[in-house]
Design a protein around this ligand. Structure first.
Ligand SMILES: *[C@@H]1O[C@H](CO)[C@@H](O)[C@H](O)[C@H]1NC(C)=O
Length: 251
């Protein structure tokens, strides 16, 4: 029985099927590799465009290089070059190498997604990069914001939502008092499950504004992520995230 069934593999039809499957796998693998790290989201600002070969373009290029080279060591960079302002923030647990890769990719991607826009912002799992022709440092960004959610429902939404809010409120307070404006942690939900979270602000914000930014984000959870197994509220100045699995490389 086993020898007759294994001989089926060698019929031409099965071989063709097999080859097609292998080709498909190959194509998917290559496609995956080429598109390794897609951005989560981006906005091109509508504050106007710049003309190629003008000072703004060269100032922006120098600014972006500063962000790429100076952000990874601390996980945050903030620079001004004439009329160009920019910042980059890596997720609190990102290694120096991951931070550098992320900011490099982000800057490159942003310039191809928003060519000639004076301002733009992009987010990945591991970082955010933002630039503008106006000084936005120290101000909470209420314009650029998006949500992400895991569409799977939890079984007991009321309890789960309560614990998520408790966790993220705790992390918001911790993050706003942390010199890196970052906090992560987890809490027990029910008998044997946990919820994992993070809260982080860009380091141009004051402690008070960071706390405010994070609490505003928490207040949006019911409208974005009610009873969902995972959710993120991501903005230009701060972001929160929770999942039912540990998602950080360093908890
Ligand atoms: C989650 O629950 C909502 C509302 O109860 C329902 O409409 C939706 O289809 C559910 N989603 C999944 C993925 O089960």
């Amino acid at each position: 029985m086993s020898s007759s069934s294994s001989s089926i593999i060698f019929t031409p039809k099965t071989l063709i099927l097999l080859i097609n499957t292998l080709l498909l796998l190959l194509v998917q693998t290559c496609h995956g590799a080429a598109n390794d790290n897609p951005p989560l989201f981006h906005f091109c600002s509508n504050t106007g465009n710049y003309t190629p070969y003008t000072p703004y373009e060269s100032n922006l290029k120098i600014l972006i290089n500063s962000l790429i080279y100076k952000t990874p060591s601390t996980g945050f960079g903030q620079f001004q070059n004439q009329q160009a302002y920019g910042l980059a923030l890596c997720r609190g647990d990102a290694s120096v190498g991951d931070c550098k890769t992320c900011v490099t990719d982000a800057a490159k991607e942003l310039r191809s997604l928003c060519p000639y826009n004076k301002g733009a912002v992009i987010w990945y799992d591991n970082c955010e990069v933002k630039y503008s022709d106006t000084d936005f440092f120290g101000q909470v960004d209420n314009t650029n914001k998006f949500y992400l959610l895991n569409v799977q429902n939890v079984s007991d939404a009321a309890t789960f939502n309560y614990v998520v809010k408790e966790l993220l409120s705790l992390l918001a307070s911790k993050a706003s008092e942390d010199p890196r404006l970052y906090a992560s942690g987890d809490l027990k939900v029910g008998e044997c499950e946990r919820v994992y979270g993070l809260a982080q602000c860009t380091r141009d914000l004051s402690s008070v504004d960071c706390n405010k930014c994070l609490h505003d984000a928490i207040h949006q959870l019911p409208s974005c992520c009610d009873g969902k197994q995972g959710g993120r509220v991501v903005g230009g100045s701060c972001n929160i995230r929770y999942e039912i699995y540990p998602f950080l490389s360093k908890p």
